[in-house]
Design a protein around this ligand. Structure first.
Ligand code: HSE
Length: 293
């Protein structure tokens, strides 16, 4: 019994939508799950994370598989996981969310698809801690999710305009844990107000296809100002992207990747971002992603 699933990398927050807005990009991890009668765990990782991702019970995709088994009361059995990864690790492109969603969906498929996508989303959010990467990883497109007391509500939207996400990927990694530790426990009311309007208008701009509004709404006061010191040259990379005609740029998830949204000259935007990183002593390369629809 074997199944292979494909899960996209994701860009969470998208500027003002901290822990709520996310987008799936056209970069994918594949996971093949095989159940065997012989007990035991065998995990093979190719591509990103090969040699670093645990190949034992600590593997997060394996833990997601086990979470499904427990939930549906499946008989214990042996598990073979074969992972082929393209999503860069610990860069803010949702590699852990992709592993979790891959493990959950593959195990659900092999145990009779008893869990609904809402249940899978809630399980994934519980493992990951926040919903904004796991939701687009599960549903594709752009998503808005809210979580409270274990319940997660998610709305998937299909933006009414085409754009490219230009992702500048620095050489260094950053754990989400470290990037959340720099966030304050409270924020000024005016900063919350600043974000509410922008997050709402971001979603409105995507839904209506009025992408020109992205120029005014990608700024943020809930996480980016605090994370800036973890990403050398962040503001200069943003400015370089905009100077090449991008609509705006933000931290991808918890970083350190920075992503610009553009409808023109994506390669020029990517080169400018990489150049600006280099001026701050950071080696980087860029990826051009479309929205996974
Ligand atoms: N919303 C999360 C954060 C995404 O910014 O910490 C991280 O994966």
């Amino acid at each position: 019994q074997s199944v292979k699933v494909r899960v996209p990398g994701t860009i969470a927050n998208c500027g003002p939508g901290f822990d709520a807005v996310g987008m799936a990009g056209t970069i994918y991890n594949y996971l093949e799950l095989t159940l065997t009668e012989q007990p035991g765990v065998y995990i093979e990782v190719k591509g990103e994370g090969s040699g670093t991702i645990p190949d034992n019970e600590h593997n997060i995709a394996y833990q997601a598989v086990q979470a499904v088994f427990r939930k549906v009361g499946a008989e214990p059995c042996g598990v073979i996981l074969r992972m082929e990864n393209s999503i860069p690790l610990a860069r803010g492109l949702g590699s852990s969310a992709a592993a979790i969603v891959a493990g959950l969906t593959a195990a659900n498929a092999l145990t009779g698809s008893n869990l609904s996508s809402e249940e899978l989303l809630e399980m994934a959010t519980q493992i990951e801690g926040h919903p904004d990467n796991v939701a687009p990883a599960l549903f594709g497109g752009a998503t808005i999710s809210v979580a409270e007391l274990g319940k997660v509500r998610c709305l998937r939207i299909d933006p009414a305009a085409i754009f490219t996400m230009v992702v500048a990927v620095p050489e260094f990694g950053l754990s989400t844990k470290a990037a959340r530790q720099v966030l304050p426990k409270t924020v000024p009311h005016r900063d919350a107000v600043f974000n509410v309007g922008r997050a709402a208008m971001l979603v409105g701009a995507l839904c209506t296809g009025n992408l020109a509004y992205l120029r005014y709404v990608l700024d943020d006061r809930l996480h980016q100002p605090y994370r800036q010191r973890l990403i050398p040259g962040m503001q200069r990379v943003f400015a370089a992207a905009v100077a090449q005609g991008a609509l705006g740029a933000v931290i991808s998830g918890a970083g350190p990747c920075l992503v610009a949204f553009t409808q023109h000259a994506p390669a020029a935007v990517g080169e400018a971002m990489v150049h600006a990183f280099a001026e701050n002593g950071v080696k980087a390369h860029y990826l051009l992603l479309d929205l996974d629809r």
